[in-house]
Design a protein around this ligand. Structure first.
Ligand code: AGP
Length: 608
């Protein structure tokens, strides 16, 4: 949930390259930013609270000498976002500087020990203890910087992705990884280290993923990877990343979120081209499982909830969608060797989700993973994983990764249906045919309905709260539409399976209260119509997402958005969520919010 970046350039100014790289990582956290560079035997540091552009306007982050340096953009966990808590952090004598993404769980006791040794601390962060530990190690013997870092990280409990520089060895950056993501970028006359690939993609598409428990020495001639425990050297060649640099740019859109909503048809086409053997292998695991848990957080949980209906309807497989942070409490003791977890996490780094995975693995359960990031922790702890091919998602709000997750989960449900023979081939073929059309359906819905959604946001701007209601699979779409509106427009919203509204929530309804109904023409339509009537009778303003031509609901609704085709019910979530993504985006603009960087949130929540 922070972004770290480092580089060594044969020629040119490290500070401006770091500034550029941090801008690409801003979605990982943006309450503070800092850069440290080395020249001859001096350390130069600039850091402050605030978004990168604001700090740059005050301090000119590019104006630091030297071709080697590190930088950090922060999402505060320990220590409020004050200048003194911004990274980089240094030792007592300002000879070592480091940046960190993660959480050091034993930092308090380490800090006490270091203070007893005479160290003085400037910040309230967990990170600063690492700088003083390295300083202490360098005092004890004539250890090299990498040896001192190695001895230091052995003392750390928790998670870290670190980049460290020292005036004592001004030609190196030492990095280390445990749980938090770290990748190298290998350029012709440069080398980069970052939390995520987009940070250096405009400079090189050669990337090396760093694994847990590895320490790396970067210098002008390249990189050396070693195991922290055994010190064994690891040979790992760079992989070519097929993300063109502009893919991580906005491509002319005002915000990454809008670009990524519009990108969904393209991404959904990619998601339909997944490698068959991984889908087949995962389907086999699901087919043989004694019990299946679908485990995730946030938007990924909503994909799991929708998938639970698909697996039941198509393959008669009962699955248990579980919010990851509740998994251990709810199922920790019942999980066993016959349990299978299908874990969904676009970042593959969500701490709550990885916690659930670790607890299940310790009880011999089988863990399957669905993620968007190759090399993420989830890909290393899962027995089988599928990368959903959404491309980099920079906006904090998940959009294209959600619909790609739904596509993969639908494909798994279809394969399982074939394997189990619970529904007719004719029905399966119809669903497969329509699934191929989904990218076009989404494209046409965006094309024909975006302007209308934009007008709806203007019309309903100023409403203090919204209801999102759906039945069956659409209850997951209702939850997702609500989360989008809450997280980027900061409007309190409720979402329920529509049948629940009469068991209490309906008491909130008064004249003009906006209720958004998701109404595909499926087995739930009749019941949804009576729910619409209930709300109308109490003065609610009805906004309905309907299939094109649904005259009956058009008459009942105050406003409606039409989805351009009739769909088998298991396919409705993908096109029906798209107008809700756009509604949240345009409402955020109406409320003068920043859709890409909503307050208090980060793209990957790597804290529990
Ligand atoms: C969704 O818009 C949010 N950004 C958040 O709920 C997110 O879905 C959740 O944190 C899970 O992230 P993951 O898919 O990377 O595990």
């Amino acid at each position: 949930m922070c972004g770290i970046f480092g580089c060594i350039l044969k020629t040119g100014n490290a500070a401006s390259a770091i500034h550029k790289g941090l801008k690409k990582l801003e979605y990982r956290g943006y309450d503070s930013v800092g850069i440290a560079t080395l020249q001859e035997d001096r350390l130069f540091i600039k850091k402050d609270t605030g978004k990168i552009d604001n700090v740059h306007a005050i301090h000119n982050l590019d104006d630091l000498p030297g071709g080697l340096g590190i930088g950090h953009t922060r999402w505060a966990t320990h220590g409020a976002p004050y200048q003194v808590n911004a990274h980089p952090h240094t030792d007592c004598n300002n000879t070592i500087a480091l940046v960190h993404n993660g959480i050091i769980e034993n930092f308090a006791e380490l800090k006490t020990e270091l203070e007893e040794l005479g160290h003085t601390f400037k910040s309230k962060t967990d990170t600063e203890v690492i700088a003083h530990l390295i300083e202490e190690e360098l005092k004890r013997t004539d250890l090299s910087l990498v040896d001192a870092v190695r001895e230091t990280v052995k003392q750390l409990d928790g998670s870290y992705a670190l980049a460290i520089i020292s005036v004592k060895e001004p030609d190196k950056i030492i990095c280390a990884r445990k749980e938090s993501p770290l990748v190298l970028g290998v350029g012709k006359d440069s080398i980069y280290v970052a939390s995520d690939i987009p940070a250096f993609l405009s400079e090189t598409n050669k990337s090396v993923v760093i694994e847990d428990g590895e320490i790396i020495i970067l210098n002008h001639s390249g990189y050396e990877i070693r195991k922290i425990d055994s010190w064994k050297e690891i040979t790992r060649e760079p992989k070519t990343i097929n993300w063109a640099p502009e893919m991580a740019e906005k491509q002319g859109y005002p915000h990454f979120m809008l670009k990524e909503i519009h990108e969904q048809p393209l991404r959904l086409r990619n998601t339909l081209r997944l490698q068959n053997q991984y889908l087949e292998l995962m389907t086999t695991f699901l087919d043989r499982a004694g019990e299946v848990f679908l485990v995730a957080c946030g938007t990924s949980y909503h994909a799991c909830l929708a998938a639970s209906y698909m697996f039941s309807k198509l393959s008669f497989l009962a699955t248990h969608p579980v919010i990851a942070s509740e998994f251990v409490e709810q199922h920790g003791k019942s999980v066993n060797i016959d349990s299978t977890l299908l874990v969904v996490s676009q970042s593959g780094e969500t701490a709550d989700t990885l916690d659930a995975v670790e607890s299940a693995r310790l009880r011999a359960a089988t863990v399957l993973g669905l993620t968007n990031i190759v090399g993420s922790t989830l890909t290393r702890v899962a027995r089988v994983y599928i990368c959903q091919q959404s491309g980099p998602e920079i906006g904090v709000a998940a959009t294209k990764t959600f619909t790609s997750q739904l596509s993969v989960l639908t494909q798994l449900a279809i394969r399982l249906a074939k394997k189990r023979g619970k529904i007719s081939h004719v029905e399966i073929e119809e669903i497969e045919e329509k699934l191929e059309q989904i990218p076009d359906i989404v494209e046409s819905t965006i094309q024909h309905q975006e302007e209308k959604v934009k007008q709806l946001a203007k019309k309903y701007k100023g409403k203090q709260a919204f209801f999102f209601l759906g039945r069956g699979l659409s209850s997951a779409v209702a939850l997702e539409g609500r989360l989008k509106l809450m997280e980027i427009a900061y409007i309190p919203s409720l979402a329920y399976p529509a049948g629940e509204s009469k068991h209490g929530p309906i008491s909130l309804i008064e004249q003009g209260f906006p209720v958004i109904f998701i109404c595909p023409n499926d087995s739930t339509r009749k019941a949804i119509i009576s729910n619409i009537m209930e709300m109308k009778a109490r003065g609610a303003s009805i906004i309905a997402i309907i299939e094109k031509g649904d005259k009956e609901i058009k008459k009942l609704a105050d406003d409606y958005i039409e989805i351009d085709t009739e769909l088998p019910e298991v396919l409705s979530p993908i096109p029906f969520v798209t107008p809700l993504q756009l509604f949240a985006y345009y409402m955020a603009l109406e409320c003068k919010r920043d859709p890409d960087m909503p307050r208090n949130l980060a793209k990957s929540v790597t804290v529990k």
